[in-house]
Design a binder for this molecule. Structure first.
Ligand SMILES: *Cc1c(COP(=O)(O)O)cnc(C)c1O
Length: 369
């Protein structure tokens, strides 16, 4: 059952944001990251919007890559978590995927699959301690892959930064140094940068020289959101200000309640009116993907005004203070995030990150094309 709440996607915004990424790292090819259903925008919709503009797409799992191939995407596909078993390794071969290989168990899968993967990305753990081989083992891994006939077209190197959204954090320098010191003497291409690292100027892995072929891996910025885990209160400046939202979520006002001083709103009566006013009831709740823990004061756009959320978010509804918008009526559409209200502002108010809001948006929202 679709809801009155709607999700509108803006394909031109994705292409525009990809162009912003390219300006940040001229000449660096882009793996556009479309994991988690294209950060909630839809895997195929995102792939279609970026087709012809991106150099390749990056997904988490082999299954996602298969969906893209079956839909006709013929370009390079990076699989960030690589194959889980020998069957997935054979699928990588069959579908022409470029898997990340980050774990010894995967080297065994590669042996068991008895196929030769032409292009492989070896992931090195330089300090995030999530996925990847110890950089000291890089050469041994390369030897084993080479001996088994993998990497005929290329054996490449990647790592992931834990704190790229805080460029001054000392772990960045440490990770970049560890990656550069090992990879500098090995052949193959390199890939370091997510969105935040692109903004930090690390699209071309520092320490590898400007001649080294590098790929970047932007995700969140393509969807128009700020990569910082704690987005700034003030609107961003520079290239970040140039990002455009790829998703706008709206829902209608379905009721308006007059409020007297002392009136409370919603479950738990957590918000109390200090003055006479009006509460607008918006048909969007936590079952639609709006964060239940968003506190009173979280911005919601009504017309050209930002109104504070008031009281607790319900399953299918939330309330906003309409005191500032005298002309708001039942049937008007409120914007929860997107055009006119950056998702990171809502995320910040709700104590989360834009990534979570975008990827949690419910399927039951009505798509607007
Ligand atoms: C998700 C992911 C990215 C993209 O990160 P953003 O912060 O969304 O730009 C890049 N690389 C890896 C390994 C990832 O998992």
């Amino acid at each position: 059952m679709k809801r009155a709440a709607s999700i509108q996607l803006h394909p031109e915004a994705l292409r525009h944001n990809l162009a912003v990424a390219r300006r940040l790292a001229p000449g660096v090819p882009m793996w556009s990251v479309v994991k988690a259903e294209g950060y909630g925008h839809g895997l195929l919709w995102t792939a279609e919007a970026l087709a012809g503009a991106t150099d390749g797409l990056a997904v988490s799992q082999v299954g996602e890559a298969r969906v893209l191939r079956e839909a006709g995407f013929g370009g390079p596909l990076l699989v960030l978590q690589g194959p889980r078993d020998a069957a997935e390794t054979r699928a990588c071969h069959e579908l022409g995927l470029e898997p990340a290989i980050h774990e010894v168990a995967q080297l065994d899968h590669l042996d068991a699959a008895s196929v030769r993967l032409p292009s492989v990305w070896v992931k090195l753990n330089t300090g995030m301690n999530r996925l990847g081989f110890d950089p000291l083992d890089a050469e041994a891994v390369a030897r084993r892959l080479g001996a088994a006939g993998h990497g005929g077209v290329g054996l490449h190197w990647m790592t992931h930064l834990a704190c790229a959204d805080e460029p001054e954090h000392p772990l960045n320098a440490h990770q970049l140094e560890r990656f550069g010191s090992v990879v500098a003497s090995l052949p193959g291409q390199a890939s370091v940068a997510n969105s935040a690292a692109l903004f930090a100027g690390w699209g071309r892995a520092p320490g590898l020289g400007s001649a080294r072929a590098c790929w970047a891996r932007p995700g969140i910025m393509l969807y128009g959101a700020h990569p910082a885990s704690v987005p700034p209160e003030a609107p961003p400046e520079g290239p970040q200000a140039d990002l455009r939202p790829a998703m706008t979520v709206q829902a209608p006002i379905i009721a308006i309640q007059p409020l007297e001083p002392g009136s409370t709103v919603g479950y738990g009566a957590t918000w109390t009116a200090a003055a006479p006013g009006r509460a607008g009831i918006v048909a969007m709740g936590y079952a639609d993907g709006y964060p239940r823990h968003a506190p009173s004061g979280t911005p919601v756009r009504v017309g050209d005004r930002l109104c504070p959320l008031i009281g607790r978010v319900s399953m299918d509804m939330l309330a906003v203070d309409l005191s500032g918008v005298a002309d708001a009526r039942v049937g008007d559409r409120a914007t929860l995030w997107g055009e006119g209200l950056p998702v990171e502002r809502v995320a910040r108010a709700a104590g989360t990150i834009s990534y979570e809001l975008l990827t949690r948006v419910a399927d039951r929202l009505q798509p607007v094309r």
